[in-house]
Ligand binder design. Structure first.
Ligand SMILES: Nc1nc2c(ncn2[C@@H]2O[C@H](COP(=O)(O)OP(=O)(O)OP(=O)(O)O)[C@@H](O)[C@H]2O)c(=O)[nH]1
Ligand SMILES: [Mg+2]
Length: 229
């Protein structure tokens, strides 16, 4: 069994600030309030895809952020909402969301799960007008987007494991057979984390080079062995 994990911090977008402004037109010297509301921050979703290579890109990234909403504008115009971000993960990925300890198993492609909500936009001064205050100079700040820590964990049974001494061409072989695009270089321990690919319907795992004494921590030792159970 191969275990592939990634840890990232995910932050949804902040809401845009409400605007304070007043109508200014040639023949209307004292226009009323017209500051628009801030746009909503983008949400972050997780969605499954039938592609086991997808977890790889989250190892290098430690933080992913959705777009903030734009600030409100004059003329009662609401700021643009921040764009949502969708994280694609391989089917079979277990997602743990901290600090809530929510565990999701992503088993189908269709449904995106929202894991962090964007902040609400702040109200512009137009919204604060009232009979007793026709020139409100206040507006609301946008709310912060939610931040969560997530762990992705994919456990899969590979059909083939490429095991061997370092620098013998394991990753090259994987690349020749699959679309994995694993890093290849002429030195030992180029591969530090497993690379996965599919050849026809078989899952092939290319794993870091193994040297004698790995079980005692030699070479990549436990770092290598943690991926196997
Ligand atoms: N001559 C020759 N060189 C090869 C062959 N296959 C791979 N190489 C070269 O061998 C070097 C190591 O290849 P990798 O595929 O990175 O080897 P690896 O076993 O994945 O290495 P680690 O990840 O470091 O354990 C690279 O410079 C490759 O270009 C081959 O069939 N013949
Ligand atoms: Mg390699």
């Amino acid at each position: 069994m191969l275990i592939d994990t990634a840890h990232i911090t995910v932050k949804a977008g902040n809401g845009g600030d409400g605007r304070v402004s007043f109508r200014r037109e040639k023949f209307i010297p004292k226009g009323g309030p017209d500051g628009g509301n801030g746009g909503k921050g983008g949400n972050v979703y997780i969605q499954g895809r039938n592609d086991i290579r997808l977890l790889k890109k989250y190892r290098a990234k430690t933080k992913i952020t959705a777009d903030d909403g734009d600030n409100g504008q004059e003329n009662k115009k609401t700021g643009k909402n921040g764009r949502d971000t969708t994280l694609l993960v391989p089917l079979g990925t277990r997602v743990t969301i901290h600090p809530y300890s929510i565990v999701l198993d992503i088993i189908e492609e269709e449904k995106p799960y929202r894991i962090a909500s964007g902040g609400k936009g702040g109200k512009g001064n137009w919204e604060f007008r009232s009979a007793t205050n026709q020139t409100p100079r206040e507006a609301e700040k946008g709310r912060l987007g939610e931040t969560v820590q997530i762990t992705f964990e994919l456990r899969l049974i590979a059909d083939v494991g490429l095991m061997g001494l370092p620098n013998v061409g394991k990753s090259s072989l994987l690349n020749a057979l699959t679309q994995a695009h694993a890093r290849v270089a002429d030195y030992h321990f180029t591969t530090l984390e497993p690379n996965l690919g599919t050849f026809q319907k078989y899952i092939i795992a290319d794993i870091p080079g193994l040297i004698e004494g790995a079980s005692n921590g030699k070479g990549l030792g436990f770092q290598f062995l943690k991926h196997i159970s």
